[in-house]
Design a binder for this molecule. Structure first.
Ligand code: ZN
Length: 155
């Protein structure tokens, strides 16, 4: 697992959520990037758990000013792996996260070199390093472009 966040207090790398494991700081970590990868399959959650995890991560990401999130949800044809993808796609298509997600791009519609791929890169060049995984159009991944929440809206 790679950490793209750093603790403000002790400077150690830490995850996006929870407290710092080194010093216990509860402050928001500093982000090294405006793009993060969220693996929803980690720990083999149920589809509902994966959806809850995404809900929490989206809230945190918008607090941190993250601009894009790459979701890894897998694409199993059957079983819980496939269920996670179904539930995530369904939630996005039914605007569950429309207050935080401005655009979403399913991997299978964003194949490397396609028009959709280039449009996405123009919008957010920092995705380039991540999109190399989309060579054939990766059905196990979805890119979310997050809505910008102004400070005034949070108060
Ligand atoms: Zn710390």
């Amino acid at each position: 697992m790679t950490y793209s966040f750093e603790c403000l207090e002790c400077g150690n790398p830490r995850g996006m959520q929870g407290e710092c494991r080194q010093c216990g700081s509860q402050d928001l970590p500093v982000s090294h990037s405006d793009t993060i990868v969220l693996n929803l399959k980690l720990g083999s959650p149920t589809a509902q758990e994966a959806l809850d995890r995404l809900t929490i991560a989206l809230r945190r990401a918008s607090e941190l000013g993250i601009k894009a999130m790459i979701l890894i949800h897998g694409y199993g044809a059957s079983g819980e792996g496939g269920r996670i993808k179904q539930v995530i796609h369904h939630a996005l298509d039914h605007h569950y996260f429309s207050d935080r997600v401005e655009q979403y791009h399913f991997g299978e519609h964003t194949a490397f070199g396609s028009e959709a791929y280039h449009a996405l890169l123009r919008r957010r060049p920092s995705l380039k390093g991540h999109l190399k995984h989309f060579k054939e159009g990766n059905a196990g991944m979805t890119v979310l472009l997050l809505a910008t929440v102004s400070k005034n809206c949070l108060e």
